[in-house]
Design a protein around this ligand. Sequence first.
Ligand code: AMP
Length: 629
Amino acid sequence: MTYQHSYARSIADPEAFWAEQADHLAWQRKPRLTLQNNPDGSHRWFADGRLNSCYLALDHQIEQGRGEQTALIYDSPVTVAQQAFSYLQLRDEVARLAGLLRELGVRKGDGVIIYMPMVPQAAMAMLACARIGAVHSVVFGGFAANELALRIDDARPTLLLTASCGLEFERVIEYKPLVDRALQLARHQPRQVLVLQRPQALATLQPGRDLDWQQALQNAQPVAPVELDAGDPLYIMYTSGTTGKPKGIVRENGGNAVALSFAMRHIYGMQAGDVWWGISDVGWVVGHSLIVYGPLMSGCTTVFYEGKPIRTPDASAYWRVIEQYRVNALFCAPTAMRAIRKEDPDGRLIAGHDLSSLRQLFLAGEKLDSSTHEWLERVTGKPVHDHWWQTETGWPVTAPCVGLEGSAARPGSSNRAVPGYHVQVLDDEGRVLGPNQQGAIVIALPLPPGCSQTLWGDHPRYLQAYLQTYPGYYHTGDGGYLDDDGFVYIMGRTDDVINVSGHRLSTGEMEDLVARHPAVAECAVIGVHDDIKGQVPLALVVLKDGEVVAEQQLQQELVASVREQIGALACFSQVRRVKRLPKTRSGKTLRAVLRKIADGVAYVPPSTLDDPAVLGEIEAVLADLPRAG
Ligand code: AMP
């Protein structure tokens, strides 16, 4: 099967294509109906199929003879712990935990909130929910009480699972006071709270409501996986929307299993027995698709890492893990690699680590600037692939299909559309644009299996946010273009496109150029007000450690570079040095906040902001900018 052939078939006859893919899965009842179209534009995949995601991830793997193979490796430099679970061990742990959940009154279809750090019990909790058909919603451990309360009120969980603390470098972050506060704020109350006590901080339990995880588990009886409809929800994953209320993305069991099996094999080129490392947190979509469900359903060994790219203990942490567990491929966000590069620009810490097991690296979550891309390929000597997806899709939209045929990467592109995704570019009026024309990136319906088809308890909002902007298409919210050969270039969220004297320009493109400067560690380019041109770009740059380049010289060099690469029409002339950029806890630069500070408009610090102190620093640096009106 080649990429070209596969892609063409998936678009010409999605039903036949996905029926064939679904055939690889160990269904409890094979679907006869592949695709049904709802009148509102959403879809139902595999409507009459029956399956269980936990069975596919564990029991089925054991039945295939992988019982003794390591399923999950827990590596925690912050607690100096390392532990391996075979498929048999993991299945037994999960089956007992599922039994406990059921004893505690959790039933099929009930919501369960998991607010936990990167400990293996978090993965076990997800799988235990899946085993009994409960719908888990993992809330990233770093979210504050108010955000947790919002999610509790939306998901209306029967049970909340948490741990006494998380660890961030040398800091112990107590979770239980946050949970207690969230439960004070929330209108909905779960019946019980199950607390995993970690030795770094013991939580105080509220009698009658809170239970000690290990004690409660002692007498629990294992339970078998239940049979579920393909359309039954597996999980809810909250992601920020344009309003303060987070959107509860719903993932279905059937589509998710088919899509992830396809992705692990054909995009990431992984086979059963391979070692896979998804570097993220269970609190994000990557944690669901590429730490827990994808690798386990594919019979791989998954590395579960409670650490950081740097300072746990240093910038060699990733290389140590790859060598120690013979990792074959990994997923990570560019921001992590930029952090490593800042501390180890010449890759000296890589030397001395045996990376021979590693076949390739996949990066996504934000634009992979070509400077970081080239650096990473140079210092690792391995192919580095950019690919693009969203919480909503749950698996890659554009990617190299290394398991199909693979094709040479094009710098700046996140590769071609994956089979199943008919990616197109539209102008403001919804007309399809040709190659090399920049506009809104959309996906022609139907979306392939795995993509969210609704929001938890709010289907109208799903339709309004994704399907109604351009009828017949899913609206990704990203802007960009396709080249003559169908390679996709993501230029950032549609609101990151700026308009300079009537020319539409991408700040992403400029960022790419600025980041190539040898003194620059990372940067953000935003549009700022200009009385004549409407907007002009401004670059905020963070220098690499130890760089002493004069501000004026840096400015001259960057201006020359953008002028040469993009042209004078970009009107790129402003560069400001900052110590750091405002980031979400998952590492995305908060450009919308930067824009608001630059425009001098009121803003509410986003709840996802890593460190609010950075906003004051940025405000000081941008205080003298001209403002609109
Ligand atoms: P999230 O749902 O939080 O994972 O964010 C998805 C968004 O991140 C996308 O809509 C893009 O704006 C951005 N994104 C993800 N991967 C890439 C990539 N490879 N290149 C550019 N932007 C990306």
